[in-house]
Design a binder for this molecule. Structure first.
Ligand code: GLN
Length: 232
């Protein structure tokens, strides 16, 4: 837009973490994914310029908490725990967890990971889901810095199973057909959750972000992005 309030808008500092294909990942050095397209559409709609930085999961959360970043997007689940320290946009994507394991491992439900070594990304809802089954900080739980490291440790045999977000598990298994990995969902064990854009507490842009998100849902842009990433 060209009105005065638009030109007054600050350039936003946005952070993401790129080990979360197909939501946020690197393709030939470029940050791409469903979340990245969604972010761009929301920012255009809301009339904000933005700068996007790729950081680690932990520093992404910290920089938003400390107000050094204005927004983070990387398949971040909205939950009560995080709401103590952050604000969230309206939810934009439904998710749950899946267990990924090497072919031949006998896993048919969430209960089957109770007595085996399980890998998760530290500080995620996947970690909380696994701790609910094995116990908090159980010695059989290995916590990794990123989703990519978690799944690599499964392939290398450091753990017998990994728990991650369902769509991310689907993409990893589909993109690594030679890996011999399998996966299961278990709706009895893993609850449904929703992704939101993470904002600092009392963020001043929350109203604009939510209005823009609703606008791109209403005008079909969200569906176009969804179809680009999730329908062939
Ligand atoms: N959705 C999960 C969470 O918010 C994992 C996100 C991620 O690893 N990028 O904890």
């Amino acid at each position: 837009g060209t009105n005065a309030s638009d030109t007054d808008k600050p350039t936003l500092n946005v952070v993401t973490e790129t080990s979360f294909m197909p939501f946020s990942y690197l393709d030939k050095g470029e940050i791409v994914g469903f979340d990245i397209d969604l972010l761009d559409a929301v920012m255009k709609e809301a009339g904000y310029e933005y700068k996007l930085d790729n950081v680690s999961w932990d520093s992404m959360l910290l920089s938003v908490e400390e107000g050094n970043a204005d927004l983070a997007i990387a398949g971040i689940t909205v939950n009560e725990d995080r709401k103590q320290s952050y604000d969230f946009s309206s939810p934009y994507f439904e998710s749950t967890h899946k267990i990924v394991f090497r072919e031949g491992t006998d896993i048919t439900s969430g209960e089957d990971i109770k007595d085996i070594k399980v890998g998760v990304q530290g500080g995620t809802t996947g970690e909380a889901a696994v701790e609910k089954i094995l116990g908090k900080n159980h010695e059989n739980i290995s916590k990794y810095e990123s989703n990519t490291l978690t799944l690599m440790s499964l392939q290398s045999g450091d753990v017998e199973a990994a728990v991650t977000d369902n769509v991310v598990a689907d993409a990893y298994v589909a993109n690594n057909p030679e890996s011999g990995l399998e996966m299961i969902a278990d709706p009895e064990t893993f609850e449904s959750e929703f992704y939101g854009m993470l904002l600092p507490k009392d963020s001043e842009i929350e109203t604009d972000i939510d209005a823009a998100l609703q606008a791109i849902i209403d005008n079909g842009t969200y569906s176009e992005i969804y179809e680009k990433w999730f329908e062939v």
